[in-house]
Design a protein around this ligand. Structure first.
Ligand code: MSP
Length: 509
């Protein structure tokens, strides 16, 4: 059996169009999935839409549609994120699909059989935009502590999950698995929350109907979060006893910091109750603001990834989002910063490097990769040693430290630019063999860069790989030390990879 990895995004509420926030988690999961595939893993990358609950039912009412019509329409917009951001997800799950209904139902039945569900009445506050229950003391100025939206009083018969039985077990699990919740600051936050004591969780609603019916009691539907979390099992056929469940579970869940509690407390407790292993890790990323402001429809500052892709390029946006902010931190989006990074890091650092090296190869060696000229000098060897960064990258990607991975690649790019400046191959007109040698050493660096950048910028990386005639398409090709390219292979006429963004002065002002 080959190595496997299962990475998921939250399933998005399709109550409005996707925005930068939704594109962000999916992009991070995509980079991870692509990296692991290149590294020989059999990967399952799952995303999708969370289509039940009061928020969706009301959004449908406002649009004068039935909930099903509404979610069919809106979910399609989230599916569009795949081509728009060039995501490589293997599946797209919708919670209104049959396979999911079966799973949510079976999961409930298992919890019930094991004695972790009971019926009572619930009274308390509920925020529809957050789809979350709050106690009086949790409210901030009478509103949701998470989103600031008004809350509604709810009083109804409800089924409960015995969450309170899992406090000690969860703490023991966190202690034994310090990597379970990341980053570390989030771990401490969750730990403190659980240590404070857990109350049982209301897990059904009976005052509206848009949801998965509770098995054996049609007067109730499942609380949307219980239904939603089980999507991670639906997609790998847990309910059917599929081999995929054996192969891929446990998953790595990427989530925004606002939904950490559901994933790091409720979800592992429910899995423990059902005798299913908890996820491998929950990584909570931060939130994007725009020019310092929270993104919101009313402010009219919602960033649409489609517009940015159109204006600046897909890989350029992918690069920016992964580089600008350490994954886990909050970040601020600004077009100025995006343009700055495109022009300096992409056009200058990488684009010029490829152009400088390859146009010299093309002109001076009839477009064929030149040979090493005998033994490498100590300086060459040092350089060739520095470009071999795959193990470092593996560590960064395993830690979901995407910005560190990019920094590592950029160190190689910097080294290559400095090596070229120091070796001045253009001064070796009289000694073609030596000129060829310098360029060949540089081409080896380009080979590493071209494949290591692929998870981040798949289209540009393909162009880079063609430009250096890379003879392989996975990281296995990097296992031979030095000399990963083939002498004499012809390369195409070099073409620019990253165009500069011209900013006219009025725009810049
Ligand atoms: N449906 C639930 C998730 C269920 S998972 C079993 C949900 N959906 S959501 O559409 O409201 O949010 C989806 C994700 O988008 C969350 O992880 C949230 O953190 C993320 N983001 C929403 N706005 C964001 C930003 N401005 N910046 C970064 N991520 C943001 O919650």
């Amino acid at each position: 059996m080959s190595k496997t990895a299962y990475i998921t995004t939250p399933i998005y509420y399709p109550s409005g169009a996707p925005h930068l926030g939704s594109a962000y988690t999916s992009l991070a999961a995509d980079v991870y999935a692509r990296f692991k595939r290149l590294d020989g893993y059999n990967v399952k990358f799952l995303t999708g839409t969370d289509e039940h609950g009061l928020k969706l039912q009301r959004a449908a009412e406002n649009a004068n549609k039935t909930p099903q019509e509404f979610v069919d329409e809106m979910s399609a917009q989230f599916r569009e994120l795949t081509p728009m951001m060039n995501l490589s997800n293997d599946d797209f799950i919708r919670t209104t699909e049959e396979r999911h209904l079966k799973t949510a139902t079976k999961f409930w039945q298992v919890l019930e059989e094991k004695g972790f569900i009971y019926k009572d009445t619930y009274s308390g506050w509920y925020s529809v935009p957050d789809e979350t229950y709050y106690t009086e003391s949790e409210l901030v100025d009478g509103c949701s502590p998470d989103s600031g939206h008004p809350v509604e009083w709810v009083e109804e018969e409800s089924y409960y999950f015995k969450l309170s039985a899992f406090g000690e077990k969860l703490l023991a699990y966190y202690d034994a698995h310090p990597e379970f919740i990341q980053p570390k600051s989030r771990f401490n936050e969750v730990y403190a929350f659980v240590k404070d004591g857990l109350r049982d969780l209301s897990i059904s609603r009976s005052t509206f109907t848009w949801g998965v019916p509770v098995p054996g009691d049609d007067a109730h539907i499942m609380y949307v979060w219980i239904d939603a979390l089980t999507n991670y099992l639906s997609a790998i056929g847990w309910a059917e006893g599929s081999d995929d469940f054996e192969a891929y579970w446990p998953a790595i869940h990427l989530v925004g910091k606002d939904i950490l509690k559901f994933h790091a407390v409720y979800w592992p407790a429910m899995l423990m109750a059902a005798d299913i292993e908890p996820p491998k890790c929950i990584f909570a990323h931060g939130w994007w603001t725009v020019d310092g402001d929270k993104m919101s429809k009313s402010k009219g500052n919602v960033v649409q990834p489609a517009e940015l892709v159109e204006e600046y390029g897909r890989d350029q946006l992918r690069y920016f989002l992964m580089k600008e902010v350490p994954f886990g931190n909050d970040g601020d989006f600004s077009k100025e910063r995006l343009i700055q990074r495109i022009n300096t890091e992409l056009a200058n650092d990488v684009g010029n490097l490829f152009q400088r090296v390859l146009s010299m190869v093309y002109k001076n060696f009839d477009g064929n990769l030149p040979a090493f000229n005998g033994e490498c000098s100590i300086k060459d060897k040092e350089f060739l040693h520095k470009i071999n960064t795959l193990n470092e990258l593996r560590e960064h990607i395993d830690n979901l430290a995407f910005h560190h991975a990019l920094n590592t690649i950029w160190e190689v790019i910097g080294e290559a630019n400095r090596y070229m400046d120091a070796m001045e191959p253009w001064k070796q007109k009289e000694d073609k063999a030596q000129m060829g040698h310098i360029l060949r050493v540089l081409c080896e660096a380009l080979a590493y860069i071209s494949i290591e950048l692929e998870p981040f910028m798949p289209e540009a990386a393909k162009k880079m790989q063609e430009a250096v005639a890379l003879p392989f398409s996975t990281f296995a090709g990097l296992e031979t030390p030095a000399e990963v390219l083939v002498t004499g292979t012809s390369i195409p006429r070099p073409q620019g990879i990253f165009p500069r963004v011209e900013v006219n002065e009025t725009e810049a002002a």
